[in-house]
Design a protein around this ligand. Structure first.
Ligand SMILES: Nc1ncnc2c1ncn2[C@@H]1O[C@H](COP(=O)(O)OP(=O)(O)O)[C@@H](O)[C@H]1O
Ligand SMILES: [Mg+2]
Length: 231
């Protein structure tokens, strides 16, 4: 088996709603191997997005640890954690989260620009633009570079979001219900893009409530009552 790239142990997370806390994660643990395509399945409201945000260092757990490539993510400073997230993790969301005022090319370049200092930008620009073109080609969206999100179909928007997620060549790609807002046929096209990235070696963790979607992964982890059950 390949090496473990991410290990989450005993993750607990509650949301405070009114007087009683809503305990969503109750000791969730999982390991992800380099190069694998894993699906996290669970019913709506089971805490899949919460877990994905925590393993991607977008949110903090109340308890538990995440080790990413031997680094203890939540023992690091906020700055180090943000750097890890921006350079090593790519996110794909159900509703794309593209910026409407930017065109596809600019949306894809944005994460690169965040990781780059103002002084470093002129020198890095050429290489970064080449990576953005490469990412667009990988998702089959080369001829849509100058279009704004509202000029694209749902499937094309999700392709743009995938291109944005992979442009930094992240070690880990996290997808939260990536086909959840799409019709079946368009959704299959998105899964084919993820399959292709996986074949090229990309490590992917995909969250879904849909068994047919989860079946596309190498391994399914079930999130039940705040814990991950493995089969
Ligand atoms: N920021 C939040 N504040 C309060 N409750 C939340 C928040 N985010 C999620 N929840 C609640 O936590 C539970 C799990 O949510 P979520 O992780 O989004 O589940 P899933 O992605 O599996 O549908 C749900 O009951 C949801 O309403
Ligand atoms: Mg969710």
């Amino acid at each position: 088996m390949s090496k473990i790239i991410l290990q989450a142990d005993n993750i607990c997370k509650a949301y405070i709603m009114g007087r009683s806390p809503l305990q969503v994660l109750r000791g969730a643990s999982l390991s992800i191997h380099e190069g694998e395509f894993a699906a996290i399945m669970g019913s709506s409201g089971s805490g899949k997005s919460t877990l994905m945000h925590i393993i991607g260092a977008l949110d903090l757990p109340d308890r538990g640890s995440v080790i990413f490539d031997r680094r203890d993510v939540f023992a690091q400073s906020r700055r180090e954690r943000e750097r890890l997230r921006n350079t090593q993790v790519g996110f794909i969301f159900q509703f794309y989260h593209l910026l409407p005022e930017l065109n596809v090319f600019e949306n894809i370049l944005l994460p690169h620009m965040i990781g780059c200092s103002i002084l470093g930008w002129p020198a890095a620009k050429k290489e970064l633009k080449a990576s953005a073109s490469e990412a667009m080609e990988a998702v089959g969206l080369k001829d849509r570079a100058r279009h704004r999100p509202n000029e694209l179909s749902g499937g094309e928007r999700q392709r743009a979001a995938i291109a944005r997620a992979i442009v930094t060549k992240p070690r880990l790609l996290l997808a939260d219900e990536p086909t959840g807002n799409l019709d079946r046929k368009t959704g299959l096209g998105i899964l084919a893009v993820l399959d292709e990235l996986h074949k090229q070696g990309q490590t992917i963790v995909m969250v879904t409530h849909d068994q047919a979607v989860a079946d596309r992964a190498d391994r399914i982890l079930n999130l039940v009552e705040g814990r991950v059950q493995t089969d």
